[in-house]
Design a protein around this ligand. Structure first.
Ligand SMILES: *[C@@H]1O[C@H](CO)[C@@H](O)[C@H](O)[C@H]1NC(C)=O
Ligand SMILES: *[C@@H]1O[C@H](CO)[C@@H](O)[C@H](O)[C@H]1NC(C)=O
Length: 377
């Protein structure tokens, strides 16, 4: 068992993730039944780690590794909860203001902000953005290069002018995107590295519904989602007769993708010239699956028994994998606990990690120059 776990760990580690991202989504809604008026979601590398809404009014952990934040900063969740509350108030005011800007008296309306930063861990390059939308349309966004807001609609012009003129606010916004956001992104990636930086290769199957259907190359169980898949003929990527599916999330945090090849015009003797290739971006190891009739899993004819057998085998393998993962998780958790206790006993303290992430707080919108209530900075 030990050898197996060791091999599994070796196999799952060691890929180069290049660009890391952190983003927050704020959604304020009015008159949407059974939905909180305000919802905040935080993601690191597309994995949700933070959640807060106007009903629970408390920031919540969404990943176990976020517990490491409180080891460095016990106040972290209190501070984040109060940021959530104050943001909620600003968003409520903004949504009411926007309804007036657009001459609306009631009904369902949604005001959203998405902001965050990306950090390239090879070049060190950092980019950031703030984007706002109203009822699903772009409302206003920040251009970090020119340090101005962009207003695609006339209703956003007054807000743009107010925010652009406020130099103190502008400096804070820039500081958040270029300093605070990437600093915290690096910390979060470090807290979650055993999970975020893992690479899990897919299991790839060839599937076909009927003898005349396209052959679907289906990869599932892989992580991260920075991946692509294609069909090749004689080693060259082909686009004709190929239908690409999107990368979709699985419930366990892994991903799946499919690419279909219409084989109706492929002669039987040419089948061996085709293969399906799965690639993680930035990682050289491709997973190549040859187009082979014997390997296609179908729902018809003799293959049915085969695929049932394969199902049985799959379930057996899945059970073994679950047991291995459970053991690995236990080992890792023990390791982490040991590490935290060790650190505490040694009184080790991080020099730069004690400050809570000072999250960006949006100002309210305005569409009426004369009403000071609506330009709270
Ligand atoms: C908003 O409503 C007022 C009064 O009903 C009307 O005079 C005005 O033209 C409307 N403005 C827009 C932008 O539709
Ligand atoms: C596959 O290609 C054939 C001929 O090239 C076409 O008639 C058929 O509609 C295609 N099937 C699909 C599912 O696109």
């Amino acid at each position: 068992m030990k050898v197996l776990i060791f091999l599994a760990l070796l196999g799952f580690q060691g890929a180069a993730a290049v660009t890391h991202s952190m983003k927050y989504f704020y959604t304020a809604s009015s008159q949407v039944p059974n939905f909180p008026e305000f919802v905040a979601v935080g993601m690191v590398d597309e994995v949700q780690m933070y959640y807060c809404n106007s009903k629970t009014r408390r920031a919540e952990i969404k990943q176990d590794w976020m517990n490491k934040v409180t080891a460095d900063d016990p106040q972290y969740w209190e501070t984040q909860s109060s940021v959530c509350l104050s943001t909620q108030h600003v968003f409520k005011v903004s949504t009411e203001t926007l309804k007036q800007c657009f001459n609306q008296t009631g009904g369902v309306h949604i005001y959203q902000e998405m902001y965050g930063c990306e950090w390239d861990d090879e070049t060190g390059e950092v980019t950031g953005y703030y984007q706002y939308s109203y009822d699903g349309e772009d409302f206003i966004s920040f251009d970090l290069k020119t340090e101005t807001f962009i207003a695609p609609t006339s209703q956003a012009l007054i807000t743009k002018n107010k925010w652009d003129r406020n130099k103190g606010y502008m400096a804070q916004q820039k500081n958040y995107l270029t300093q605070i956001c990437p600093d915290w992104l690096k910390k979060y990636v470090n807290y979650g590295k055993s999970s975020l930086l893992r690479t899990v290769p897919p299991s790839v199957s060839l599937l076909q519904k009927t003898p005349s259907s396209p052959v679907s190359c289906h990869a599932t169980g892989f992580y991260p989602d920075r991946a692509s898949m294609s069909w090749r003929k004689d080693g060259e990527e082909i686009h004709e007769d190929v239908d690409h599916g999107e990368i979709l999330p699985n419930h366990d945090g892994s991903f799946q993708i499919r690419v279909d090849l219409n084989i109706s015009s492929v002669k039987p003797e040419d089948w061996s010239r085709y293969d399906c290739v799965f690639q993680f971006s930035g990682v050289k190891k491709d997973v190549i699956t040859k187009l082979d009739k014997a390997e296609i899993r179908t729902n018809w004819g003799k293959n049915e028994i085969k695929s049932n057998e394969a199902m049985g085998m799959m379930i057996y393998i899945i059970i073994i994998i679950i047991i291995i993962i459970a053991v690995v998780v236990l080992l890792v958790l023990n390791g982490v606990n040991g590490f935290i206790i060790y650190r505490n006993e040694n009184g080790e303290k991080k020099t730069d990690g004690d400050q809570t992430e000072k999250r960006h707080i949006s100002p309210a919108n305005s569409c009426d120059e004369s009403n000071p209530m609506k330009s709270k900075h």
